[in-house]
Write a protein that binds this ligand. Structure first.
Ligand code: OGA
Ligand code: MN
Length: 284
């Protein structure tokens, strides 16, 4: 009896150390048959780009579910259906939540403060910002760790770092409103290892704008070391910047990459939608 032809993954590298472009059709992706291979590739390459795949919101959610456990956004938890979440700095469109996105203009990992940081985010472009603005940058923090010297690895392997959402506020509002600061601080502040020892045996750096203090070090030394690490991890060889076209979908492995939105005018109409995959592994 004839068996159905197997769907083959069609992928090409964006850059040697980060990013793959996936060239399969929407139907092939939605079949779920490539899910295991896509998950492996995501872990190896950090970021998967699906150029002009043009998923509807329903397809975006369905595709997310082929890859893992759908993670509802905090603000959507009371909705009983799984939906895409709007990502825009425009206060008029995203009242109350745009403010939390201002920190996304600086290098970060989503939800480092959570017990199980989300596994991956899937971001799609509905309306791009004008060319030259609003790209999303990605950095491979596995590759950045691997490139350290043995001495640096031995030292950094020992470090624990404090992270909090409030620290991201200081990047865009260095003299913040006290009420807002206290609201952000109430979200919490945690101590986690600088180097994530993954169950796979690989290691990645846990840095970005939520990281503020290395345990046992003063502000002066903490800031210098964390800034050195960010500079190192965002070198050209570990990063790429995705210029959005309507209908693009990009997935990042939130456990082995950092990302940031590049500056854009909040009123320009840039509109993205996002889903997330539930975390699978604590930072340890
Ligand atoms: C995010 C994020 C960046 C962007 O959705 O978590 O950081 O370019 N987005 O909008
Ligand atoms: Mn983010």
């Amino acid at each position: 009896m004839a068996t159905a032809a197997q769907i083959r993954l069609s992928a090409e590298n964006v850059k040697p150390k980060i990013g793959s472009r996936i060239l399969n059709t929407k139907e092939e992706l939605l079949s779920g048959e490539l899910a295991a291979e896509l998950r492996d590739l995501l872990e190896q390459r950090g970021v998967l780009v699906f150029p002009t795949i043009n998923f509807t919101d329903e397809e975006h959610v369905a595709f997310t579910k082929t890859l893992g456990t759908f993670a509802p956004e905090m603000t959507d938890k009371d909705k009983d259906e799984h939906v895409v979440h709007a990502i825009t700095l425009d206060e008029k469109v995203n009242p109350g939540s745009a403010i939390y996105l201002k920190g996304s203009l600086f290098w970060h990992i989503d939800g480092t403060m959570n017990d199980l940081p989300i596994r991956a985010s899937l971001l799609a472009c509905k309306v791009p910002s004008p060319k030259g603005t609003g790209n999303t940058g990605f950095s491979n923090t596995y590759a950045a760790y691997d490139a350290l010297t043995e001495e640096q690895k031995a030292e950094f392997d020992q470090y624990k770092v404090r992270h909090g959402a409030w620290a991201t506020l200081m990047y865009w509002s260095p003299e913040p409103d006290q009420t807002l600061l206290e609201r952000m601080q109430a979200i919490g502040d945690v101590e986690i290892p600088l180097v994530w020892n993954h169950e796979s045996g690989r290691k990645s750096l846990v840095i970005g704008n939520t990281a503020h203090t290395i345990s046992g070090k003063n502000h002066f030394d903490s800031t210098r070391i964390l800034n050195w690490l960010r500079t190192h991890a965002t070198k050209e060889e570990f990063t790429f910047s995705h210029e959005w076209t309507v209908g693009d979908l990009v997935i990042w492995d939130n456990t082995g990459t950092m990302h940031r939105a590049e500056a854009y005018d909040p009123a320009c109409g840039r509109m993205m939608v996002r889903t997330k995959l539930e975390g699978e592994e604590p930072i340890q």
